[in-house]
Design a protein around this ligand. Structure first.
Ligand code: FO1
Length: 313
């Protein structure tokens, strides 16, 4: 079965790892958010692409969920000594190597898609790793402290300033890549990973051509909730939804996927919500074990989702 996973950072990477263990690499493409990308010291940093890359390559720092396990910070210590702006972003030495390579390839005229393809091969990752767009489409965050770039809000300010709105203007001006489009159109199963729907999935949906592609895609579409027991496994989803005057519930998340996904998957511990969500959001809902802290649990979820898609075919 040909599968495309639509992924943000940590949640997306964990879901991608499950599918990578469940199907052959030539049948799997991971389409990744680039709304979090930022420049530091003139280098092009792609946190979500790199988190998926490092996770699939087995080198991710598992306690953080991002960065390279055991990475040193000698370069960062020098940058901090020099009071370099942006040194609040913890870029490890090995991680910097990838940013240097990517930036030099981009400066030579290579696309982000081609560059990430080179990187994933070098890291021994056999499935497709595709930026949703080759163009810059930074998400900006309108907060009580003014308009901030995504990483300023998320890392520097620890996602504390209350959010008034998220801005995806640059994404709207950008275009989905041909590779990402082909991956989605060719997939028999499209999975929205349990990434933050506002910070990771919406920025991708706003990329020019993405909604139309998903509309045209004939595969079975499944969205996995990022909430378990009303809490996000990682990140500021609950506070963000409260800031945006939304209930931090599966019901509210399901509405985002209504019309986009055929099936919304919630955790088995939240199974009592099934009738209410399918009634209110008008989407089929299933309850499965969606906590995926490690490869075996993620692989088990991937297999359950594949079984649903096979039954639906
Ligand atoms: N997240 C943090 O909370 N603090 C950091 O200093 C940080 C550095 C960092 C460096 C490289 C990278 O690929 C990711 C990094 N992240 C860091 C994670 C990143 O900000 C977020 O995971 C995503 O942007 C949200 O999906």
């Amino acid at each position: 079965m040909k599968i495309a996973v639509i992924a943000g950072g940590v949640g997306g990477a964990r879901m991608a790892l499950g599918f990578a263990g469940a199907v052959s690499p030539e049948d799997l493409e991971i389409v990744v958010n680039v709304g979090d990308d930022e420049r530091f010291y003139g280098l092009h940093v792609c946190p979500d692409l790199d988190t998926v890359l490092y996770t699939l390559a087995g080198v991710v720092d598992r306690s953080q969920g991002w960065g390279v396990a055991g990475d040193a910070t000698r370069a960062l210590e020098v940058l901090r000594k020099l009071d370099s702006p942006g040194a609040w972003m913890k870029l490890g030495d090995a991680d910097l190597g990838l940013h240097i390579y990517r930036s030099s390839r981009l400066a030579q005229g290579a696309s982000l898609t081609a560059t990430m393809d080179e990187a994933r091969r070098a890291f021994g990752v056999d499935c497709g790793l595709l930026p949703v767009s080759d163009e810059a489409c930074p998400t900006t965050v309108e907060t009580e402290s003014g308009v901030l770039r995504f990483q300023e809000w998320f890392v520097r300010d620890r996602a504390q300033p209350a959010v008034k709105a998220l801005q995806f203007d640059a994404a709207r001006r950008s275009r989905i890549t041909e590779r990402a489009r082909d991956a989605l159109l060719g997939a028999e199963l499209v999975v929205f990973a349990p990434s933050n729907p506002f910070l990771s999935i919406l920025p991708m949906l706003e990329v020019g051509g993405m909604r139309q592609t998903l509309h045209d895609a004939q595969g079975f579409k499944v969205a996995v909730s990022p909430l378990i027991g009303g809490r996000a496994v990682k990140g500021p989803l609950v506070k963000l939804m409260q800031d945006l005057s939304r209930d931090a519930t599966n019901n509210e998340i399901a509405r985002i996927y209504s019309g986009l996904a055929d099936l919304f998957v919630i955790d088995e511990s939240d199974a009592q919500q099934l009738p209410e969500i399918s009634r209110d959001a008008g989407i089929e809902v299933a309850a499965l074990p969606i906590s995926i802290p490690d490869a075996p649990s993620s692989q088990a979820l991937a297999r359950r989702i594949i079984a649903h898609a096979e039954r639906a075919a």
